[in-house]
Design a protein around this ligand. Structure first.
Ligand code: HEC
Length: 145
C-alpha cells in the first residue's frame, strides 16, 4: 500500500511541477503579448502631440513649467543631457555624454534603459518605430519654438 502511494505521488508531483513551470513561463509572455497589441491599437494613428501625453505624466514641454517626476523638456533639442537647472539626475544620465538630437531622442524613447543603463527614467513603451519618430519630431518642433 505504501509503495502504491509513493508511486502515485511521484508522477503527481512531477505533473504539478511541469504545470507550474509552464504557467511561470507561459503567463507573463501571454500577458505581455496582450498588452502590446492593445496599446498598439490605441496608439496607431495618433499625432506626436497625442503620443506625448504618456510622457507628460512626468514631463512638461512648456517653457518655465515646473519639473515633475522627470525634468522640464522645453528647449531640450541639441542640449547636453542632464543639464536642466533644479533637477536631480541619476549619475548614469549625468555621465552619459549624450546630446539630444533626433537620433539620440529616438534611441531614448525606444529603449531608454539600453541606452543609459541605470537611468532613473523607468519607462518602456510599445510604440512602433514610426510612432516613436512622430513623437520625437513633435518634441523637436516644440523645442525649437
Ligand atoms: C515615470 C516618469 C517618466 C515618464 C513616463 C517619462 N519620463 Fe523621461 N525622464 C524621467 C526621469 C526621472 C528622467 C531623469 C532620468 C535620469 O536622471 O536618469 C527623465 C529624463 C528624460 C530625458 C532627458 C532629459 C535631460 O535633461 O537630459 C528625456 C529627453 C526624456 N526623459 C524624454 C521622455 C519622453 C519623450 C517620454 C515619453 C515617451 C518620457 N520621457 C517619459 C521620467 C519619465
Amino acid at each position: 500500500m505504501r509503495l502504491f502511494v509513493v508511486t502515485l505521488l511521484i508522477p503527481l508531483s512531477l505533473f504539478t511541477l511541469v504545470t507550474v513551470r509552464a504557467d511561470l513561463v507561459g503567463m507573463p509572455y501571454l500577458a505581455e503579448g496582450a498588452l502590446e497589441s492593445s496599446i498598439e491599437i490605441k496608439t496607431s494613428g495618433l499625432s506626436g502631440e497625442q503620443l506625448f501625453v504618456v510622457c507628460s505624466a512626468c514631463h512638461s514641454l512648456e517653457i518655465g513649467a515646473a519639473h515633475r517626476l522627470g525634468p522640464n523638456l522645453s528647449g531640450i533639442y541639441e542640449k547636453h543631457a542632464a543639464t536642466r537647472h533644479g533637477f536631480t539626475y541619476s549619475e548614469a544620465l549625468r555621465g552619459s555624454g549624450i546630446v539630444w538630437d533626433r537620433g539620440s531622442l529616438l534611441g531614448w524613447v525606444m529603449s531608454t534603459e539600453t541606452m543609459v543603463p541605470g537611468t532613473w527614467m523607468l519607462y518602456h513603451n510599445h510604440l512602433t518605430l514610426e510612432e516613436s519618430m512622430r513623437l520625437v519630431d513633435y518634441i523637436i518642433s516644440v523645442s525649437q519654438k
